[in-house]
Design a protein around this ligand. Structure first.
Ligand code: C2E
Ligand code: CA
Ligand code: CA
Length: 695
């Protein structure tokens, strides 16, 4: 049987246009120009889809949303004029399947939308059937237990009502007397479309002594309007005390409406009313299959991630964040054609499926339009919120076989857009997949490495540049990779920090250092030796830093002065308030604090010295500049002089040439580190060096 569409539209030109658009489709269309007639048609015939104009001469057609025909709610596609987007979003949330803004072009798209809606209805029915089978048996059981709680009729074997409980009035608004001595199956209040069925069920039950059955039908309330009734009938004809069929019934209209919302809810996002991942995947699947069949058909996917959503959520609260998302969704919707799909995947991720497009340029121009739309600030609750997005674009190719593959590539391109500075789009290219796979491989390797403790520590000498004596080491982490060999931090540390493994690695280093120090103190009596350990910004701000450190030092019987913590200028600047407190407690305990990479951030020294610190390490880049301009030399001596006045020790980093060393010595620097004075050494090499020095 052909799917049956009810078209509710009062404009005859639009009706003609729509009917022409559907000429090629295998559907039957019944058109009506009033809501009143639409209701009558729905009561007497069965339909698979309603397409209706939102504003009709005799009312707003969203009331059709609550009309249901069979067990499964009828999908409704609304048509609106321009400027009604807000109303349309509300309708989507109330259960409409889709809406189109009326233009001659969008009306021509209706067959595609209808085809999609009918497909989705089948999809839903399949999902529902399993669920319903389960619900029916449960309902039967429940109805039997709760026998007395609803309205009750007792009916004789010919179908005449002998008794009607008072709640009849309550449920349907009729006087009890009106029910008595009427044949139940021909009651005028049962919907004409359901009457025959109800009658058959009843006379079938009459034949089976002791049996029960449950059914649903529509009934007209005395005050007007159809209600859904669920009735349980049990055959007690052979019981001399009853000699009748007991019918318990109740109003289940609310549940029917819930089912309608459920249908919408399974496939749509509750917040924005947009399609969700499930529906998107289904449509994407269709697009992929189509592109495999028709070489001239192309689609594209835009993967969109908002750039500042976390910030908005954190600073203005979730309700504002939610409204912001709805506003963004509305703007996105405006950039698209009726046949495109805009879905929300959750959080601040949206995906747009551009159906049937000619070229990648077309997708790019949609992305540009979206970026433009988002460029204007969004007003939510009096806040002007800046919105922008990073967009990854995939132009569909027949090589794709699964929606997930397309989404993965679009996601990869989106990350590229983010990395390139946000608020932009990037078109996916296959090479990106390899890079992303390499990165994914690295992430997995790193997780394993943390578990298997594949990290080792190298020790770079720190030397007193006047006397040439070794005073300590800087601990530098290395990754003993099972395949790639020994890796320096540049190859993995940033990624490790990004995926949250920085702390774990940091603590493994700290533990290795403590164990090594304890060993050197015991075997080589290196009691004055201290080791500098680098701390990441995150590690520094973890609340248990102090207690963990103290615990480690005690465990290995180390004095606090044997560990010096290196923190970068930027770490300290970022956390200025909290930082001072953390530093003070560490220092009170006796652990020295070193500012690493000093001079890179050009933060004011006077600011830094307000913090409780002990040492400054002048960055290698500063040392390199020394050879190039006189100005740097003046700055370096000024820094050193100031630091000395404040009793801060100064270490020059990255000394590679004798000339650099000499300049630093002249400038008044006391300590140095660099390839000239010693490369980072493995633990064994460092042990050997210590042995020589200490003898
Ligand atoms: P950093 O703290 O500035 O460490 C000094 C870096 O300069 C080390 O690189 C060292 O090998 C290198 N270096 C030393 N002398 C010279 C020299 O004369 N010339 C040149 N060109 N380089 C020199 P490495 O070991 O690759 O470490 C890089 C960065 O990784 C470190 O910079 C530090 O920020 C970070 N890092 C290393 N180990 C750890 C750790 O255990 N935890 C944390 N959070 N970061 C670490
Ligand atoms: Ca360092
Ligand atoms: Ca450094």
């Amino acid at each position: 049987m052909k799917p049956h569409i009810l078209l509710v539209e009062d404009n005859p030109d639009h009706v003609a246009l729509i009917q022409r658009a559907f000429e090629q489709s295998a559907v039957q269309i019944t058109a009506t120009s009033s809501l009143h007639e639409a209701r009558q048609l729905l009561a007497t015939q069965s339909f698979d889809l309603i397409i209706c104009d939102l504003y009709m001469p005799d009312g707003r057609s969203d009331e059709l949303l609550t009309i249901t025909d069979t067990d499964v709610p009828l999908p409704v596609v609304l048509m609106t004029g321009h400027g009604d987007e807000q109303t349309a979003v509300a309708a989507l949330k109330a259960g409409a399947l889709d809406y189109v803004v009326k233009t001659p072009a969008t009306l021509l798209e209706l067959p595609r939308i209808a085809e999609r809606a009918l497909r989705e209805r089948r999809l839903f029915i399949e999902r529902q059937q399993a669920l319903q089978a389960l619900q029916r048996s449960e309902r039967l059981f429940r109805a039997m237990i709760e026998r007395s709680s609803d309205a009750v009729l007792i009916v004789d074997r010919h179908g005449f009502v002998r008794y009607a409980s008072p709640s009849t009035r309550h449920l349907l608004g009729y006087q009890v007397e009106g029910f008595l001595s009427q044949p139940v199956a021909s009651f005028p209040f049962i919907h004409p479309a359901d009457r025959e069925r109800v009658k058959n069920i009843f006379f079938d039950l009459v034949q089976r002594s002791g049996a029960s059955t449950i059914t649903e039908f529509r009934a007209l309330h005395a005050g007007g309007g159809w209600r859904w009734i669920e009735a349980t009938a049990s055959n007690w004809l052979d019981d001399p005390a009853v000699e009748g069929v007991i019918v318990n019934y109740r109003d289940v209209t609310e549940r029917k409406l819930m089912e309608l919302r459920l249908q919408h809810g399974i496939l749509h996002d509750a917040l924005t009313g947009l399609p969700n991942r499930l529906l998107l995947s289904d449509r994407l699947d269709q697009a992929i299959k189509r592109s495999q069949r028709h070489p001239n058909y192309h689609f594209a996917v835009l993967f969109l991630d908002l750039d500042h959503f976390k910030f908005i959520n954190d600073s203005f609260g979730h309700p504002v964040g939610d409204r912001f998302l709805v506003a963004v969704a509305t703007r996105l919707y405006r950039c698209l054609r009726a046949i495109d799909t805009c879905a929300r995947l959750g959080g601040d991720e949206f995906v747009v499926l551009l159906d049937d497009i000619a070229s990648v340029e077309q997708a790019v121009s949609v992305a540009e339009r979206i970026l433009q739309q988002l460029d204007r600030p969004v007003e939510v609750d009096g806040h002007l919120l800046h919105s922008s997005a990073s967009i990854g674009i995939v132009f569909g190719s027949p090589e794709y076989s699964e929606p997930a593959e397309v989404l993965r590539d679009a996601d990869i391109a989106m990350y590229r857009a983010k990395a390139a500075g946000k608020s932009r789009y990037v078109v996916f290219q296959p090479v990106m997949r390899e890079a992303a796979q390499a990165r994914l491989g690295l992430e997995n390797d790193l997780r394993r490495a943390v578990t298997l403790r594949e990290f080792v520590v190298y020790y770079q000498p720190i030397v007193n540049i006047h006397s040439g004596t070794l005073i300590g080491f800087e601990a530098l982490v290395r990754w003993q990779h099972p395949v790639r060999g020994l890796l320096t931090p540049a190859a993995f540390l940033d990624v490790a920090e990004e995926i949250g493994l920085g702390d774990a690695i940091g603590w493994q280093v700290m533990e290795l250092v403590c164990r090594q120090l304890a060993e050197w103190r015991q075997t080589l009596l290196a009691n004055d030796l201290s080791i500098h350990v680098n701390l990441s910004a995150r590690q520094f701000m973890l609340p248990d830093l102090y207690s963990r450190l103290v615990q480690l030092l005690e465990q290995y019987h180390l004095p606090p002065r044997s560990i010096k913590l290196e923190l970068t200028e930027s770490t300290l600047m970022e956390y200025n308030q909290e930082a001072a407190a953390v530093l003070a407690s560490l220092r009170n305990y006796g652990i020295q604090i070193v500012i690493d990479d000093f001079g890179v951030g050009y933060s004011s020294l006077s600011y830094l010295i307000k913090l409780p610190i002990d040492q400054i390490k002048i960055d290698r880049n500063f040392i390199i500049q020394l050879n190039q301009d006189r100005h740097s030399e003046a700055i370096v001596s000024a820094i050193i002089n100031l630091a000395r006045g404040l009793h801060l020790a100064v270490v020059a980093e990255g000394l590679e040439t004798a000339e650099q060393l000499e300049r630093m010595r002249v400038a008044g620097c006391d300590y140095g580190q660099g390839y000239l004075l010693g490369y980072p050494l493995s633990a064994e090499e460092a042990s050997r060096l210590l042995q020589q020095v200490l003898q």
